[in-house]
Design a protein around this ligand. Structure first.
Ligand SMILES: [Zn+2]
Length: 381
């Protein structure tokens, strides 16, 4: 049935359309604009937005869990949690703490889950590993990928994940990492790469850009700072992400600015510009004890060494924090949480309110409270 949303303020890529209506047909956005200039079809289902803002559904390209349980363990629970918070497309991130067998099981279980309607927002994988720098990341003592690049260990993962992978995260300084990049690219030519958990020099990172490296994984977080001479800073991962306009910067934006300091969030907006920022939840599951001084922090996790280990957030909350820390507008944060991540990972059919795009829509108030979610034209909240 044709649906018509009325009394909405539409959040477009660079402006608002107040007093708007939007028509959904066959799960897609058919028509939208100022209501006074539109005629609604006869016999359509009316959805009254009651003056709320309506923007494109969130696209979370990097999330491991609902904050408590990993996607590969309870996919329905994690997928539904994010969906109720407006995330209509997500990529479960599979972390490098798993060995080959662990990756294969996670991939198989998630592929099975993706057949279920409860997991309809799972749209592929973000492979956070296996070849990252063992010096960085939570629970890093359990990293099973410390040796050299090993074809016999990574090929089964590449083959199992196939074209469901949208992003492979690598540390470019790992010896012979290009061998892995070429193997991954051969199996799935449209895949992208990110620099992650790394202390690579600019030249090492830039050498992978022709192969599709275009994302800085959780920018300013779990990255190194090189020092060749005492008291002299040497450019490393964060500087390279800043320098190269083509590279998108993922940001974890928690309420106290712990993963990324609010000043650095503002700096990133200034340097990268609003077209190159991607908000990720990086929701993780880790039950380490809460260290002293963090007792009131409820939106991030800690590992067993007392270090931060991802968040408990969803993207609506990340947007709210980004507004608070940087003064971004609703238009800006929807760009960071929907349009930019969709574009960066090749989801051409979603990420904005535009004619013919998938009708993935989220209703929010000015404080980013989600009251309704529509995915593929169906009301799911
Ligand atoms: Zn990570």
């Amino acid at each position: 049935m044709i649906k018509a949303i009325i009394n909405a303020t539409l959040i477009m890529r660079d402006h608002f359309i107040p007093d708007a209506a939007l028509i959904i047909e066959d799960g897609k956005i058919k028509k939208f604009g100022e209501a006074r200039k539109m005629t609604l079809p006869d016999d359509c289902e009316i959805i009254d937005a009651d003056g709320l803002y309506v923007g494109p559904g969130f696209v979370d390209i990097h999330t491991h869990s609902d904050g408590y349980v990993f996607f590969q363990d309870e996919p329905e629970r994690a997928a539904q949690h994010h969906l109720k918070h407006g995330t209509t497309t997500l990529l479960p991130a599979l972390y490098y703490s798993m060995d080959t067998a662990g990756y294969l099981k996670a991939i198989a279980d998630l592929k099975e889950a993706m057949k279920k309607p409860e997991c309809a927002n799972i749209a592929g994988f973000y492979m956070e590993g296996p070849y990252l720098n063992p010096k960085f990341g939570c629970d890093r003592e359990s990293n099973p990928w410390k040796g050299g690049v090993d074809k016999s260990k990574h090929m089964p993962i590449i083959e199992a994940a196939g074209d469901l992978v949208r992003v492979w995260a690598v540390a470019p300084e790992r010896e012979n990492v290009l061998e892995f990049v070429l193997d991954a690219k051969k199996a799935n030519p449209s895949v992208f790469f990110s620099v992650a958990h790394s202390e690579a020099e600019p030249a090492e990172i830039e050498a992978l850009m022709p192969y599709g490296l275009r994302i800085g994984t959780h920018h300013l977080n779990a990255t190194g700072t090189l020092q060749k001479y005492p008291e002299c800073r040497t450019p490393c991962v964060d500087e390279t992400v800043y320098f190269n306009h083509e590279i998108y910067a993922e940001l974890i934006c928690d309420s106290r600015g712990i993963h990324v300091d609010p000043y650095l969030l503002r700096l990133t907006r200034k340097i990268k510009g609003d077209d190159r920022i991607i908000l990720i939840s990086d929701a993780y599951a880790c039950d380490g004890p809460i260290p002293d001084g963090y007792e009131d922090v409820d939106d991030i996790n800690f590992d067993h060494m007392g270090e931060i280990a991802g968040s408990k957030m969803t993207l609506d909350i990340s947007c709210r924090n980004m507004i608070k820390h940087t003064g971004a507008s609703l238009v800006d944060v929807f760009k960071f949480a929907s349009y930019n991540p969709a574009k960066a990972t090749g989801f051409c059919d979603r990420g904005e309110i535009a004619h013919g795009k998938r009708a993935d829509l989220v209703f929010v108030d000015h404080k980013m409270s989600v009251s309704r979610v529509i995915m593929g034209g169906n009301i799911v909240k």
